[in-house]
Structure formats: C-alpha cells, structure tokens
Design a protein around this ligand. Sequence first.
Ligand code: MSP
Length: 531
Amino acid sequence: MGGPGGTSAPRRTLSASFTTGSSLPVVARFYVTTPIYYVNDVPHIGHAYTTVVADALARWHRLIGDDTFFLTGTDEHGLKVQRAAEANAVTPREWADRTSERFREAWAQLDISNDDFIRTSEPRHHAAVQTILQRVYDNGHIEMGTYEGLYCVSCEAYYTVDDLIDGDRCPIHDRPVEHVKEDNYFFKLSRFTQPLLDWYADHPDFVRPETKRNEALGFIRGGLDDFSISRSSISWGVPLPWDPGHVTYVWFDALVNYLTAVGYGDDPQRFAAWWPAAHHIIGKDILRFHCVYWPAMLMAADIDPPVDVTVHGFLLVGGEKMSKTRLNQIAPADLLGEFGVDGFRYHFLRDTPVGPDGDFSYERMIDRYNGDLANNFGNLLSRVATVVGKKCEGVGPAPRPDSPLAVVAAEAYRATAQAWGEMAPSSALEATWRLIRETNGLLEDNEPWKMAPGPEVEAVLGDALEALRIVAVLASPALPTACAEAWRRIGLEGSPTDEQLPDAASWGGYPGGLPVTRGAPLFPRLTPTPG
Ligand code: MSP
C-alpha cells in the first residue's frame, strides 16, 4: 500500500490466510476487536452488546479452527477523561485505573473470552502511537495549521455549524459544543478521498451492513476535510514525537490500539501474522472514525486497512440512547441475577440483529428466555435425561445413522455457519434453534415416555442425544456455560469448546453407552417481576 494514489490488490475472504511453511497447512487467522471504551463512563448494556457480539464471533472462529485473537480494552486519554477525573478530584491515571477495572470486571462476569485487554495509557501503546505518528509525519501527511472551530467533548470530535442541532448542540449528545482555537497539527485527510473511494470499490464487503457502507461512502463523496490531530492545551495523552508540547488527538491515539495489541512497531513478525486479518465491531456512533479516518490513517502509514468493519445500531432505552445525563443506563449486573450470564448473552445476540437500532425491552427478554431457553433447549435436555433415566437405566443410546434428524442437523449446521460467517449472530442462533425445535417435534410425535423399553425407544432417544450434542457445540458461542453443562449431562468428556467444526457437526458423533444425568433445570422458567 503506498500513500495517496497507492492501491492494493483486492484481498478478500472472511478470514485472512497465511502459510506457516511450504508443507504446512494453511491456517486462517481471525482477529476481532471491540471499540475501546471511554473510562469517563461505567459499563452499560450498550457496551456489553458490542462486547458479547465480538465474543461470540471469537468463540465461533475458535470452533471452526481459526487462529483467533480477540481484543477489547479502554480508551483513557483526552479531554473528556481529564474532566471526569477533575470532577472527581483524582488524577486522570487514578480515574482511568479505577474505571478500566470496572470494564474488566463486567467482561469477566459476562464470560468474555478476550485474549488481551489494552489500555491506551500503557507504555506499549504510547510507543506504537509515536511510531505511526512519526511514520505519517515523515510521509508528509501531517502539517501545522491553525484550527478554529466547534468541538463536542463527549464525542471528542469537531463539528461544522451545519452538523449541529440549532447551530450549537451536538447531534449525538444534544449538548452545547465548545469554541476552540489552537495551533495544531493536521492530518491531510483530504488527500485520501480518491484512495478511499478506490479501496471501497475494490472491497465491497469492507463495511457491513450495506446501509452503513453507503453512509460511509456518503461521507467520503461529500468531501473530506483535514483534521486536527494534536492539542497543546491538554496534557493527558501521548506527546507527538517531533513536538512534545502537543499531545495526540484522542481518536488518532485510540484507533492505533488495534495495531499496538498485535505488535506494531515492536514485533514485526507478530504484526505481519495478525495484520490485516482484523475485523472491527463497532456501534454506529463511531462509523466515521473507523470507516473513513482509520483506513486513511493506515494508508498514510503504508499499512493495509483491516478486512472489515461491522457496524451495529444503538440499543435504546425507552426510544433514547443510553447516557449518564438521561439517567437511563442499565448496567449488565442489573440483569444477570435474573437471567444468568447465558440468558443475558442469548437475548442480546438473538434479539438485537446487527445493523438497525433496537429498543431494549425487559418483557421481550423474559419472553425470549422462556421461549427459546426454558421451553426449548432446557426442556429438550431435561425430557431426554428423564426418559433415558426411566427407559434405558440412565445409559444414553447411540443415534440411528439414517435418522430423520440427520438431514435437519446438516442443514442447521450449514445455515448456522453461514450466518456466523456473515457476522449475523441472530440468524445463526435462529438456524441452530431449528434443530432444537425439530428434535422436540420428533419426541412429541413418537412419545418415547409412553413406549415400553426396547430398540424403538432407544432409537428416538439416541437421535435426540445426538441432536443435543450438536446443539451444544453450535450454541456454545452464545451459551458457553449451559452448553458445557448439557455436554456433561449427556455423558460426554471435555467440553463443546474443545470440539472442532465441521467434524463436530457430522451426524453420528454421540457414541452411546454413556451415563446421562438429570439435574436442576438448565434455564428455570421466569415470571416477570413487576415495576
Ligand atoms: N473510545 C471510543 C471508541 C474508540 S475505538 C478506537 C468510544 N468509546 S465509548 O465508550 O463511547 O463506546 C462506544 C461504543 O460502545 C459504541 O461504538 C458501541 O459499540 C458501544 N455502545 C455505547 N452505547 C451504546 C448503545 N446505547 N447501544 C449500542 N452500543 C453502544 O466511542
């Protein structure tokens, strides 16, 4: 990739691939990221939604054998954090330490399987930011200028009067913007209009869904202004290597976290292995930064843009975006007691398709939990375990090779895999649940609980156990704990996360002759609590 005007050969698969040596097999690499969250705020279900989506994708890619790296973390510099610290009478570092820990705790509670947690205040990140800045500066894409304009501290972004509500309020936060005048360094974004358009033309899946891609293209076609990348009036940030009186603008700093974590400027071999196999998952509020600024910054530093950016909508509460000022934030912990970790994860993955905005509804969360988890998955497991206990002395029979469920399972696997590959967790889970429903249907049609012990009952139960085995693997990215428990109860060793697809989805893997145990309901039915 060269500077402006440079092009790269089209390179597109969902996972970038590399060879480890001439005779070794090709390994796919999948590097998935969440945005790094500002430490001026504490985790709420909007942050949790993005993080659970990225986690489920990471888990899916591990299952299909991709070498997977999952990154999340916290964004700790900038005016917004400096002011939050001042308001709480602590240093920015103390404030960042404290709030960053809240995010770590929330992700541990939600069974998030991140491989790394990056903090922008870490020395490794400062080094990477300075390396890329120097590179872009040396390439001639950073110049001095005077900035006079309107700034929203909550967005850490500049606006023109036309962007604003009534000419003076931020369109995202509905708060007054501030007038700023400074001598700043500017990133020459305007030079990258054509290279960005070329990149989008060569990489039709760079931004998904389509509506968000069009939005990004709209920004680019509308004309790009150079943007200021330094501030001399604040101290909480990464100093510019050639002029330490300035610190880097928070977005230039923050985006680079995706490079830092895979060794940019520090470990060239590791960096070459993971970059650009990156897949960013973000909310729509930060589309412009990820889909316009970021690929241009990378081009300016002679680095390829990532594979793709998946943009989801807002999770609304009462029709409004959650915010501290509106006092409408819901913390993940508020829902975990009632729904459990898996119930929480399942609802957001299944009921908030990636793309449009979704209004959070407690009633819908209850319905989904009772319908899909208690009545379908949980009920299937407990029915099968009960009947195996009564009719087969607690020993699970093997499935029939020619079971009517074999075709259903193959189709469920195909559709599930396709949807995860398209970054569509809701459709993936819908496809997996078809197998659960058909299996419950097979039981209802045959009523093994009414049959006398013998080959007929064993055939039906063997098929159901095999379907449960496959479901436990396919649903494990969403329900890691429940699937591990279902696995154990049907007598299997290890855990579904040790399995490898597609082999683990082939019909006939349940060996039979295993002890099947009953236990407390996997998902006890819930009744809505008033208020
Ligand atoms: N620090 C920047 C991101 C830098 S990434 C290089 C930032 N942080 S943030 O804390 O404001 O988090 C933004 C992200 O949190 C959103 O893009 C989205 O992924 C998630 N969400 C925050 N509120 C949300 C909703 N109400 N609904 C859905 N997701 C939301 O911007």
